[in-house]
Design a protein around this ligand. Structure first.
Ligand code: ADP
Ligand code: MG
Length: 273
């Protein structure tokens, strides 16, 4: 697609999303709600207050970056959102369901059904093809037989632009391709929320922007994304930014001027071989 056309399209997207945010944000379903969530760690005789009372709501279709310096509580917060950890106090509602009151197995089930995770180091199975990696979350889903699993995995890989790498093994791929596989794996179950912890942290600038382009495409398609990063630049590409400091929210702002990652990518200086 010529760059000007892409830029025009992007302007349209931004305009329509803005309208949606202003008009419909309130009406969109709340997928995540935190109510005064605290998480304290006891280390010897000391108490580390990683989260000191965090409250927010996230609506369907938002692309939220969670920002803050190292040690501000970002990963602890994401672990709460991903049901990987339980708060010391406060309540977390995922799709309206209070997570604390669930049993361990209910929570694992919910996590598998509602949440897609993307990690900094991809967490792919080594020596395993892209398609097998993406099929993995569906193994626990008895609605899929092996043929349906394969079809869903192929569709997810095509959606992240890896239709021509289906049978490549993880060690035969670049960092950017591995992260795309990880994103396809997170998407294959059609989760309510995508959670990413420093998803571009291991990637060079060019590849980071490629991955960011993909996240913006997912956002445009209506996915709900929560993207943790220590890199303030990334907040220019999301629809909302929550800034954490010392386990508390210091700022929570809607971005009415979302930059296009595709444009930024096109404007990057060409890499010399
Ligand atoms: P970030 O991801 O923003 O760098 P973290 O959420 O990892 O921050 O950590 C927030 C604070 O909580 C830090 O002071 C960290 O040392 C502490 N912390 C995180 N996890 C644990 C743990 N399991 N035990 C003790 N302290 C922890
Ligand atoms: Mg962290």
């Amino acid at each position: 697609m010529p760059q000007e056309v892409q830029a025009d399209l992007w302007a349209e997207v931004v305009k329509s999303r803005k309208k949606r945010i202003i008009m419909n944000e309130e009406k969109n379903k709340v997928v995540i709600e935190l109510d005064n969530v605290k998480r304290y760690f006891h280390v010897g005789s000391e108490v580390v207050k990683a989260l000191r009372g965090v409250s927010f709501q996230i609506h369907e279709g938002e692309f939220v970056t969670i920002q803050g310096t190292s040690g501000s509580g970002k990963s602890t917060l994401l672990n709460q959102l991903g049901c990987l950890d339980t708060p010391t106090s406060g309540e977390y509602y995922l799709d309206g369901v209070p997570v604390r009151k669930m049993s361990k197995s209910q929570r694992a089930h919910l996590r598998n059904k509602k949440i897609g995770f993307i990690f900094q180091n991809y967490n792919l199975l080594a020596n395993t093809t892209a398609v097998e990696n993406v099929e993995l979350p569906l193994m626990y889903n008895n609605k899929y037989n092996s043929k349906q699993r394969r079809e869903a995995a192929i569709k997810a890989l095509e959606a992240v632009g890896l239709g021509d790498r289906l049978y490549h093994k993880s060690n035969q791929m670049s960092g950017g391709q591995m992260q795309r596989v990880a994103i396809a794996r997170a998407l294959v179950n059609n989760p309510a929320v995508l959670l990413a912890d420093e998803a571009t942290g291991n990637l060079d600038t060019h590849t980071s922007f490629e991955v960011l382009v993909l996240f913006q495409e997912l956002y445009r398609k209506g996915h709900t994304i929560i993207f943790v990063t220590h890199n303030p630049e990334i907040a220019e590409y999301s629809s909302r930014n929550i800034y954490l400091r010392d386990g508390k929210i210091r700022e929570d702002t809607i971005n009415n001027n979302i930059k296009s990652a595709a444009e930024a990518l096109a404007a990057l200086p060409k890499v010399e071989d």
